[in-house]
Unconditional design. Structure first.
Length: 432
């Protein structure tokens, strides 16, 4: 830390010296040389027009602000340095598709390592939530207060990882990212989904006649959200290895896979039903992926509670079996068909009354059902056929018309992954 302190001191001195020179050259007149600062910091040829005084004062104020901000950021970076972190993190790539690999012995260190690597994504997501909150009419402090109501339902090891994420990101950026900032990002769907317009995830499942299962999804949100997103391969001692999609400090969006071959997918639904705080779906997803050695164990975690934190549809399984269900806050119902499609609406007729927008996504629902049925005419939906449907533009694979309109941010099939819309031969192979 000594060398950092030396650099901070040198920069500070340089800024002060520059400020003095600018003050004398731009503010002091020749007749003022014997008075005040002009006397103490005497320079020749310092006569300038009066109008430059205002500009010089503004410049000096800005320099003072830069100095203060620099010292504040430097102190943050110093205070959040940790020398006893176990494990390591590194960026890897498969067929041009990047992802972050991280391994550690404990949740805090895992979070700290990830936080340092995706620090600017976390900081950007904080700005994103502040900005969208302003746009939709709720303040960021109120948003964090709502998010805090979910804290008691989150497993302690997840909270420890969030603390590590916040500290690692603060150390890397120099900007203060608090534990409550990280918590808010982890539960942002629960805390904000009633405010946002519905988005567009498409989830497809096929129980094939040859005994195999083909499942996958597009993860749609907005173009403005894309910079927060990252694929993370996590290897935490005592837990299953997981590969999941993340946004900022959220420990897992509802899209991922564990080392035992169990994948999980979801499609959110905007509804008019309120929900009480409970374990957020991001923690349920993470818990299911990191602790399930069998499909039955994953089932028991996902359906441990008869209630839900908001409206959504979910699908999970492996290469030979899958479960699919639709959820409102008060109950859930299973889909038992061999072909299942979820697109941000309910296929249960009696649940149409809960939708905020009856028409939203219905045309896409019909279109994707038709595409799946056409490709599955022989009783089998292949991986290539699934990916072709996910990449079908503009109805399934979508490009947003504006920064905040629905756009395909990522795709995942349990085998293939990537950012943006699926394209032939340009995809990563899941590392687990």
């Amino acid at each position: 830390m000594l060398w950092i302190a030396v650099i901070v001191f040198i920069v500070f001195v340089a800024f002060i010296a520059t400020g003095i020179v600018l003050f004398r050259e731009l503010v002091c007149k020749r007749k003022q040389i014997t008075r005040g600062l002009c006397k103490n910091f005497k320079f020749p040829n310092a006569k300038h027009p009066k109008w430059k005084k205002f500009g010089a004062i503004v410049l000096i104020v800005l320099l003072s602000g830069i100095i203060g901000e620099g010292l504040w950021m430097a102190s943050n970076r110093l205070s959040y340095i940790r020398f006893d972190i176990t494990g390591y993190a590194e960026w890897r790539e498969d067929n041009t598709m990047p992802y972050l690999y991280v391994e550690s012995d404990n949740p805090y260190d895992m979070g700290y390592l990830v936080g340092q690597e995706i620090a600017w994504k976390i900081y950007y997501m904080k700005l994103y939530l502040v900005g969208t909150g302003f746009f939709y009419g709720f303040s960021y402090p109120k948003f964090k207060k709502v998010a805090a109501t979910y804290e008691q339902y989150i497993p302690e090891d997840h909270l420890e990882e969030l603390r590590g994420l916040a500290d690692g990101a603060s150390q890397k950026t120099g900007f203060h990212i608090s534990y409550t900032d990280a918590l808010a990002q982890h539960v942002f769907t629960e805390a904000t989904y009633g405010f946002f317009e519905p988005r567009g995830c498409t989830v497809i499942g096929s129980n094939n006649t040859d005994g195999s299962v083909t499942i996958g999804q597009n993860w749609d949100f907005s173009d403005a959200f894309k910079p927060t997103m990252v694929w993370v391969h996590a290897n935490l001692t005592g837990k299953q290895e997981t590969f999941s999609l993340r946004g900022g400090a959220c420990l897992s969006l509802i899209c991922g896979k564990n080392e035992n071959g169990f994948s999980l997918f979801s499609s959110l639904v905007s509804i008019n039903q309120p929900a009480d705080p409970m374990m957020p779906l991001s923690s349920i997803t993470k818990l299911a992926l990191e602790t399930s050695a069998t499909l039955e164990e994953m089932y028991n975690i996902i359906y441990a509670s008869p209630v839900s934190s908001y409206g959504y549809s979910m699908m999970f399984g492996n290469s030979t079996d899958f479960f699919a269900s639709q959820h409102i806050p008060s109950q859930y119902i299973f889909n038992t068909s061999d072909e299942v499609v979820f697109t941000n609406t309910y296929t249960i007729e009696t649940w149409q009354q809960y939708l905020l927008d009856l028409d939203y996504s219905w045309n896409r629902q019909i279109y994707v059902e038709y595409m799946v049925d056409s490709n599955r005419s022989d009783g089998i939906l292949t991986q290539n056929e699934l990916c072709a449907i996910l990449g079908d533009q503009p109805i399934v694979g979508r490009s947003g018309e504006s920064l905040f309109s629905s756009s395909t941010c990522a795709y995942f099939t349990g085998e293939r992954f990537g950012m943006g819309i699926y394209k032939d031969l340009i995809f990563g192979i899941c590392p687990i």
